[in-house]
Design a protein around this ligand. Structure first.
Ligand code: DGJ
Length: 726
């Protein structure tokens, strides 16, 4: 998978369909090629080293011109490259300069794992380490590149060792930078807000820098740590796409910079704006892993590569391979207003309908009748739950269901015993009032004693009642950052706590959450196989949120529930059946007061659960082919029809598939709509029932001629069908 052509000073990483090539020229490490696979050969012509200004050893007087146009693999600040740098090193006087030169390299089986951070894992991989050194400071930088068998992705990370004599400050350490010799790109990225996460946007690159970032202490609702550079002609199923994401849940930046010479510098890493890390001699530093995916089969091909990599080599939980229980969550059913009797009636009805896991959300601890208090006091509220959690868990397990519980372990309410006793536990700057958000402060997770104080309380609960599932929530962003480097250290503290939880309680199904989907990222996926995607459970809005999420995250990770109508977030009314079909693009569960449903709705639940169990393996292990696009024609989907959405999940051996179609808006005088399926075996025949009619058609027919869907008669009507190879 990795070759070194010594004479050309060239490294080549090959994946099934792509090659990634680097060259050492004049001691500089230069990016040479990334694209469709090519046989190993000398590609140094592509570097234009024969054009003026030439390499410095041939023309020292024009070093600055060389520095400002050469395609650096890991560009440095302060020595003539005025494009965005990947690394910035500041000395004690505040001078910032760096010039990394090649020292050595190593190719080996296995991989390097950044310390104390989530990372990809598994056998069947090969790694190239390239050691670079900035001579004046003595800082050594190792670039790590890993390729896994059969996957068109390159995992990059960066580790630093200070081998010099004087302490320095790291001003930035990005995880990946790639200089693409091309300007024919559009940038596909995700923006959003609370309850409107992951809206896809695709715009042409312009000269200058196009950047998305977060300095909120979380990957955020607003932007996701994902982007793709795609060709103007790239569609869902055809054309080139270069995808980037970060295995990190905190602050980040990503950027595409179109330069004076019409080259594109693509970068991703930890936030650079106010990054600062004191780097003393003999110390070490790691930047998170970045994942780079090349696809020549469109945006869909890129997504499927991310999904496969993350499913096979990132998610650690055994739930990756085993069936997850269908849950009911009481949040939208009761919010804070419940007591034991109310929960029991929901549980009784849910158990009767075949629901397998009851999740008790916020409001069960301290004196939490609203979001004004009690975070940090993780003892059951005896007013609502006399005798604690046990009578409830006995009742639930007695009905054959599992029990799940909500925590918000990183937070502290000003009105809590924990805060009254330990006001210093909350993040803040001395002499400055702390900013409240949702009436809460953030716990200083950089401190072991603070983490321990929460851990002991959680452990007490987990050891006293049978908890099979935890929802780990985080409902505010960080403010009043007490010192440089704090936000990175905070994230590492959260990861330590998550590590402790999944190590000591490996059987618990963990769902991470952040006020909906503010930490929907690959970093969290390492610990939690599913992540709550949004507080917006409206089926129509979910089409967009889930579409955006699936660009880089596996659908098996998308926390998705059926809730009541009118929807609490939008007031919209959609059919119960469609809400279920949309929630089946994800983890599938219910979040409603099942005792209040009509008999007609209730009667659909057992069938939905049994359908889900029939197809959940396809959603979890199959390949997703998006067949529609729920965005407005004026936005990302300019050439596509925004009035429907459709997708198909196909098993790895192509013997089985599940197809879902949503008619978003009905139109007057509407004809049937023809949808071309994808991902099937052309030569096989598939049996299926669509809109009440049984049929058998070849894969070729279904993919080239398609299926005809009649007007379903109204907005947000839907059909779902399983196709079986015959
Ligand atoms: C935000 C989550 O996204 C919701 O699902 C719910 O758990 C609330 N927090 C509880 O406060």
């Amino acid at each position: 998978m990795i070759t070194y052509l010594e004479e050309a000073g060239q490294f080549q990483l090959d994946t099934p369909h792509a090659s990634y090539v680097l060259t050492v020229a004049d001691g500089f490490l230069l990016h040479t090629y990334w694209g469709k696979r090519i046989a190993p050969q000398d590609l140094s012509d592509l570097l234009r080293l024969g054009d003026p200004p030439f390499v410095p050893s041939k023309n020292e007087r024009e070093r600055a011109s060389f520095m400002d146009c050469a395609p650096f693999e890991y560009p440095c600040a302060g020595t003539g490259d005025y494009r965005e740098a990947a690394i910035g090193i500041e000395n004690e006087d505040g001078a910032c300069a760096c010039n990394l030169r090649y020292i050595s390299h190593r190719i080996y089986n296995g991989k390097y794992n950044p310390r104390c951070m989530p990372h990809t894992w598994g056998n069947g991989c090969e790694t190239l380490d390239i050691l670079l050194r900035d001579e004046p400071t003595g800082v050594e930088v190792t670039l790590h590149y890993t390729v896994f068998d059969g996957i068109d992705a390159i995992i990059r990370s960066v580790s630093l060792e200070h081998c010099g004599y004087r302490d320095v400050t790291l001003r930035r350490v990005l995880s990946a930078s790639v200089d693409l010799d091309d300007d024919r790109f559009e940038m596909l990225s995700l923006y959003g807000s609370w309850a409107r996460e992951r809206q896809a946007e695709r715009l042409p690159l312009r000269h200058g820098k196009q950047r998305l970032d977060s300095s909120r202490g979380e990957s955020s609702h607003q932007y996701s740590p994902f982007f793709a550079l795609v060709r103007p002609e790239t569609t869902e199923q055809q054309g080139e796409a270069y995808g980037f994401t970060l295995i990190w849940s905190g602050d980040f930046m990503l950027q595409a910079e179109l330069t004076q010479f019409c080259q594109t510098r693509a970068q991703i890493g930890m936030q650079t704006d106010d990054f600062s890390h004191a780097f003393s001699t003999e110390s070490e530093f790691d930047a998170p892993e970045a994942v780079l995916v090349y696809s020549e089969s469109g945006i869909g091909g890129m997504s499927r590569t991310f999904h496969k990599l993350f499913s096979d080599h990132l998610i650690r939980s055994d739930y990756r391979y085993i069936e997850r229980p269908v849950l009911i969550n009481n949040w939208e059913a009761t919010y804070f207003h419940f007591d034991l009797e109310k929960l029991k009636t929901i549980a009784d009805e849910a158990a009767k309908l075949g629901i397998e896991l009851f999740v008790l959300d916020d409001g069960w601890f301290g004196r939490r009748d609203s979001d004004n208090c009690s975070l940090g006091d993780w003892t059951p509220d005896e007013r609502k739950l006399p005798g604690g959690l046990k009578p409830l868990t006995d009742h639930i397990t007695g009905r054959g269901m599992q029990f799940g519980l909500w925590f918000e372990p990183e937070m502290i309410s000003p009105d809590s015993d924990l805060f009254r006793e330990n006001p210093d536990f909350a993040v803040g700057i001395e002499g400055r009032p702390r900013t409240q958000s949702r009436a809460q402060y953030v716990l200083d997770y950089t401190r072991q004693d603070v983490r321990d104080a929460i851990w002991e309380q959680m452990k007490k609960i987990l050891d006293s009642v049978p908890v099979s599932y935890i929802k780990w929530d985080m409902n505010r962003q960080l403010t009043e950052i007490p010192r440089a480097g704090f936000r990175r250290a905070y994230m590492l503290g959260v990861y330590q706590m998550l590590e402790r939880l999944v190590t000591e309680y490996p059987d618990i199904l963990l769902e991470s959450c952040s006020g909906g989907g503010a930490r929907f990222d690959a970093g969290m996926l390492y610990y939690s196989p599913q992540i709550w995607a949004s507080d917006n459970t409206d089926a129509k809005d979910r089409l967009r949120i889930q579409y955006g999420a699936s660009l880089f995250m596996p659908p098996s990770a998308i926390g998705s529930h059926v809730s009541v109508c009118p929807n609490h977030a939008t007031g919209r009314v959609t059919p119960f059946e469609t809400r279920a079909n949309v929630a089946m693009f994800g983890t599938f569960g219910y979040e409603l007061d099942v005792t209040q449903l009509s008999d007609a709705e209730k009667s659909q639940i057992p069938a939905q659960i049994s359908r889900w169990h029939g197809i959940s393996r396809l959603i979890r292990d199959g390949a997703l082919w998006r067949l529609g696009n729920p965005f407005r024609p004026s936005g990302y989907a300019a050439q596509q029809n925004a009035d429907f959405d459709a997708w198909i999940f196909v098993s790895a051996d192509k013997s089985e598939a599940v197809f879902t179609y949503i008619q978003i808006t009905a139109e007057a005088n509407m004809k049937s709509r023809r949808i071309l399926l994808a991902g099937l075996d052309s030569d096989a025949d598939y049996a299926f029932t669509l809109c009440g009619c049984e049929d058998v058609k070849s894969g070729a027919y279904l993919m080239q001629c398609g299926v005809m869907i009649p007007n379903l008669g109204g907005d947000m009507q839907s059909v779902q069908t399983v196709l079986q190879k015959v």
